[in-house]
Design a protein around this ligand. Structure first.
Ligand code: PAF
Length: 323
């Protein structure tokens, strides 16, 4: 399988490294020429926290290039799938320009972002494309431009959102998604197809909206959130407000979602949340697409979400201009 991976952050490198190792043909599209050059020279290294031997993929075993060259390359030599691994900011800031020459292309694209709003944008940019969502609980940390730590093994669900090109459907799309899922399984991921990705996206959004901003503001790891009653209280208030927005919008969530959030904090206790990682690296955070989505939903439903609105402003105030 030929896979184009757009975005060489921690999850992008994890996906690329494991797919290359399993024999897939990978083209990795980076936002900086410096990173593309380093990856071509040094390859990709995936290391593990449990002391297992690192996995190294030589730079000659894949192609790394600048994201600016993605469209012209794909027009000349199409791939089977494009996995978009960019964070939400980069997604919204770079893709409209990068994908403009592909407006009529019939790409298969799968998006791995947290939050909401990106799938709709992608479908608008690529009306002929088959756009799929991936919801993953894999965790990876960036060590350098070419090296990551695979910090936690999770599950990856691939499916279509109900509001994204529902008219297309069909056997061809389904077959392509099965092949992608099989390629991910062959690469060692626990990947499954799901008809419930809408529910999963909203579940993850709820979890991220409670865990991510608080870990970023307090600069603590996920497990430290549950170490004090006051922190748990604030988490619960954020949770209750988001749940009332979901209720107002008719979005279903599990009756035990609150316990689920506490469980994620425990299960990922040593992890730095993606939002804290962005703050520590002086990158723009995804707050606008996580808590900002909750605020936008509240606005549409005509109800108030003062805590989420407030926390958006607080975290946005921490954003250092993206480098
Ligand atoms: O965004 C993240 O970091 C993760 O989705 C989660 C669940 C908060 C764990 O770190």
């Amino acid at each position: 399988m030929k896979i184009d991976i757009i975005g060489a952050g921690s999850l992008g490198l994890l996906l690329a490294g494991k797919l290359i190792h399993a024999g897939a043909e990978v083209r990795l599209w980076c936002r900086s020429d410096e990173q593309a050059g380093e990856l071509s020279r040094q390859g990709i290294t995936i290391s593990y926290e449990d002391g297992s031997l690192p996995l190294h993929l030589a730079g000659s075993s894949f192609r790394a290039g600048s994201i600016d060259k993605f469209a012209e390359t794909v027009i000349r030599v199409p791939g089977d799938w494009t996995a978009i691994m960019l964070k939400q900011n980069a997604f919204h800031n770079t893709l409209p320009k990068i994908l403009a020459p592909l407006r009529d292309a019939r790409l298969y694209a799968v998006c791995f972002q947290n939050g909401n709003g990106h799938l709709e944008l992608l479908q608008e940019l690529l009306p002929q494309a088959s756009v799929w969502a991936a919801v993953t609980t894999e965790a990876a940390k960036r060590k350098s431009l070419t090296e990551i730590i695979h910090a936690g093994t999770g599950e990856t669900f691939i499916g279509k959102r109900r509001n994204i090109n529902p008219a297309k459907g069909g056997l061809e799309e389904e077959t392509a998604a099965i092949s992608l899922t099989k390629a991910l399984v062959a690469a060692g991921f626990r990947a499954l197809m799901s008809k419930e990705v809408d529910t999963m996206i909203y579940r993850k959004l709820l979890f991220n909206a409670v865990i991510n901003p608080l870990t970023a503001i307090w600069r603590i790891q996920n497990g430290e959130l549950t170490a004090s009653g006051e922190r748990i209280q604030l988490m619960k208030e954020l949770y209750r407000e988001a749940a009332s927005v979901y209720d107002a919008c008719g979005i279903a969530y599990d009756a035990d979602a609150w316990e689920g959030i506490l469980e994620v904090c425990r299960a990922t206790s040593g992890n730095t949340s993606s939002m804290l990682a962005d703050v520590l690296a002086s990158r723009a955070t995804e707050i606008r697409w996580i808590n900002g989505s909750i605020v936008a939903m509240a606005d549409r439903a005509g109800i108030a979400a003062p805590l989420h609105r407030w926390i958006c402003r607080l975290v946005e105030g921490m954003n250092v201009k993206e480098r």
